[in-house]
Design a binder for this molecule. Structure first.
Ligand SMILES: Cc1ncc(COP(=O)(O)O)c(C=O)c1O
Length: 431
């Protein structure tokens, strides 16, 4: 092991790590011959639209749906153009609409919450626990007679406590829409994430584990929910997939939008999907390598994992004793050459923390009458939405005490070892 200058780099000592980790685009950095081959096939056949082209050609988007459904272990997959779209389709599919409340954790990307408003319903924000995923106790406390659904978000790659969440949801007759945007391929007790809820949403945006630049997937086992998501995602759903006709049953087809995925995106996503398990294996190996070297440090408490084997390992998160120490720790680590951050700092905007969701806090809407908050379907059921940045104090407390490090699958063993050395060095000086 290299000799370490005990003086912190932040105080003028020599930094431990002088090379940067690769950026956190796990699948994006692996784009190569496989993606090129899939894209070229689409271009060569001039088959850019999933339902037709100049000559018959098997749709890449359809192929992606078949392989995605198989990998997650679900009956139906619907490709869309983003996870936000997938969430909206899922909420609409399960019947969320005016007058309904949907519970969402206070730590998730803003899109999970905005999708509820887009589906004309009211977001109800719940605490996360020390796994930084939805706190099942607070979820249950926030249920009202108006609650229709819950969105458990497998945040920063880690599975929610799906046993408890599903049991509570079923007890109260709620629909479950998993948000798997950040945890594609992860699992809980041996089952892939996105196979627990009624209708579940994935992202293929560029920052995600696998990517087509943009894209999303809806996964369900229920044909009715699939048909409804299919109807909503495509204005011309009544023509698809190969028919033109009246609804086969009530509630199947209604006016929707256009969230369709293009064949070019489908082609890239297909090649990426085949790389998913390889990426997960690499991130898990790198994370373990760092974690094993810092596990004995007093004063560090790792984020609790609801199922360690199912963690996608996109990041390493640990808690320190208070916000001040955490901020100083993160600054000291950055000075040592390790890209670490504290998740919540007051005044530093971050769209992943409810307190910064100004548009929700202030109930901002696209039109001045203020629907869905003022919608009579809601108010006549006794609903009165109230939000404030301090409404989930435990969430803020956890997030202000977290040190967060990305684990790019492309980082080298040396990157891992130097990261661990830097953490030990900073911990020795500051904890
Ligand atoms: C937890 C979560 N949900 C939803 C989304 C929205 O994904 P997309 O950008 O594909 O709409 C994201 C994207 O960052 C996310 O992290």
């Amino acid at each position: 092991m290299a000799l370490v200058d005990e003086k912190l780099a932040i105080d003028g000592g020599t930094p431990v790590k002088t090379t940067k980790n690769p950026p956190m685009y796990p699948g994006g950095l692996e784009i190569g011959e496989e993606e090129k081959a899939e894209i070229l096939e689409v271009l060569e056949h001039k088959y850019l639209f999933r339902y037709y082209g100049p000559a018959d050609f098997p749709s890449k988007v359809r192929q992606l749906e078949v392989e995605f459904a198989k990998l997650i272990g679900m009956e139906y997959a619907l490709a869309v153009n983003s996870c936000t779209s997938a969430l909206i389709c899922s909420l609409v599919a399960v019947g969320v609409g005016p007058g309904d409340e949907v519970i969402v954790p206070g730590y998730t990307f803003f899109a999970s919450c905005a999708a509820i408003v887009a589906a004309k319903a009211i977001p109800v924000i719940a605490e996360v626990d020390d796994s930084l995923t939805l706190d099942p106790d607070d979820f249950e406390k926030k249920i009202t007679p108006r609650t229709k659904a819950v969105i458990p978000v497998h945040m920063r790659g880690v599975p929610c406590d799906m046993d408890r969440i599903m049991a509570i949801a079923r007890k109260h007759g709620l629909k479950v829409v998993e948000d798997v945007a950040q945890a594609c391929g992860g699992s809980y007790k041996g089952k892939r994430l996105g196979s627990f809820g009624d209708c579940n949403a994935f992202s293929l945006q560029y920052h995600k584990i696998i990517t087509a630049g943009e894209g999303g997937m809806v996964l369900t086992n229920d044909q009715l929910l699939y048909d409804r998501a299919q109807a909503y995602h495509d204005t011309a759903a009544c023509w698809r997939p190969d028919r033109f006709g009246l609804p086969r049953y009530e509630g199947e087809v209604f006016p929707g939008v256009n969230f369709r995925m293009s064949e070019l995106h489908g082609a890239v996503a297909l090649a990426q999907l085949r790389k998913l398990d390889g990426l997960l294996a690499k991130m898990r190996e790198k994370k373990k390598r760092i974690k094993d070297q810092i596990a004995d440090i007093p004063g560090i408490t790792f984020r609790r994992l609801n199922d360690e084997a199912g963690d996608t390992a996109i990041c390493l998160i640990f808690f320190l004793k208070d916000g001040e120490t955490t901020k100083r720790f993160a600054e000291a680590l950055r000075a040592e050459g390790v890209e670490a951050g504290c998740i919540y700092s007051e005044g530093v905007p971050d769209w992943h923390i409810y307190a910064h969701w100004k548009m929700i806090m202030d109930k901002v809407t696209a039109t001045p009458e203020g629907c869905p908050y003022t919608c009579h379907y809601y108010t006549e059921r006794g609903g009165k939405a109230e939000y404030s940045p301090d409404m989930c104090p435990r969430t803020i407390d956890y997030l202000s005490r977290t040190i967060h490090l990305d684990i790019p699958p492309q980082m080298t063993d040396e990157d891992c070892d130097l990261t661990a050395i830097a953490i030990r060095k900073v911990a020795k000086a500051l904890l």
